[in-house]
Design a protein. Structure first.
Length: 258
């Protein structure tokens, strides 16, 4: 079982990239050659919470995360980080200003070591090599990969590769982290560890989490609020209890009659 530290892993980290307490979209639409991937979606992630984003395959979850991190320009609508209008920011600027993400496919440098994978993110954000190494070491200790720091990332078990992706996203303490299906392919026991880890992020890092996840036990177990998309549209938002009873969610997401 992962035992997250009560304190942030890198004391002295520069948290000044943003003091925004909300990451939000309003009236967001994305069209791909006539296909409406997202239609008029509004939501706001608070810095102190785990905010779940669920919906059937093709609902528009990844497209929304791509917009929130500068990987996709919306066709309409506005994206804000606190008071800043970030709608047209490029991806690198989102990360520099404290909005980080993981990818479904991992995107690790598999021929580099585990430590180098984290260091390269930190140097990319402007740290010198020595400082980047310190941050990487602290982060790997926190996430439970310190003993594998010198392994090639490609040699890690699948679940550890997912955790390394989270370590890379969290280095330099972003204000928000967007996790795209972190539990995919994990066993029940691995999901338990992941739940403890993700649930601890808001308090440990003062970092809001947007969690895309198909595993209902994980998303219902650790989200304070959940937003549900279907066919690119919002069909519900509420607490896990409210969402589990919501007729439109049962009908659309779980394939049951309302
Ligand atoms: N670059 C693109 N070009 C064209 N269509 C796209 C593109 N990206 C996504 N889509 C389409 O937009 C819709 C939403 O896709 P998206 O990947 O955001 O859904 P999702 O909810 O993340 O799905 P999943 O749970 O399967 O990952 C789908 O119909 C998808 O085929």
């Amino acid at each position: 079982m992962i035992q997250p530290y009560a304190e942030p892993p890198s004391p002295g980290i520069d948290r000044s990239a943003t003091n925004a307490s909300v990451l939000a979209v309003s009236g967001l639409s994305v069209r791909f050659q006539g296909l409406a991937a997202i239609s008029d979606v509004s939501l706001a992630v608070q810095r102190h919470e785990v905010f779940g984003l669920i919906g059937p395959n093709g609902a528009g979850k990844t497209t929304l995360v791509n917009c929130l991190t500068g990987f996709q320009r919306p066709s309409e609508g506005r994206i804000t980080l606190g008071d800043a209008d970030t709608t047209n920011w490029p991806a690198a600027r989102f990360r520099e200003r404290g909005v980080a993400r993981t990818f479904q496919a991992g995107r690790l440098f598999k021929d580099m070591t585990v430590a180098e994978n984290v260091e390269v993110t930190a140097t990319g954000l402007g740290l010198g090599l020595r400082s980047a190494r310190q941050h990487a070491r602290a982060m790997l200790a926190w996430i439970g990969l310190a003993d594998k720091a010198h392994w090639h990332a490609g040699a890690l078990a699948y679940t550890d590769q997912r955790r390394l992706g989270i370590a890379r996203a969290l280095v330099l303490s972003p204000a928000f982290v967007l996790l795209d299906e972190p539990a995919a392919g994990m066993s029940d026991a691995e999901c338990e560890d992941l739940m403890v880890l993700v649930a601890s992020i808001p308090q440990t890092f003062t970092c809001g989490v947007l969690l895309i996840e198909h595993n209902m036990r994980v998303v219902m177990g650790i989200s304070q609020r959940i937003h549900v998309l279907d066919g690119g549209r919002t069909i519900a938002e509420g607490t896990p209890d409210e969402i589990q009873k919501h007729e439109a969610v049962l009908a659309a997401y779980l394939g049951m009659e309302a």
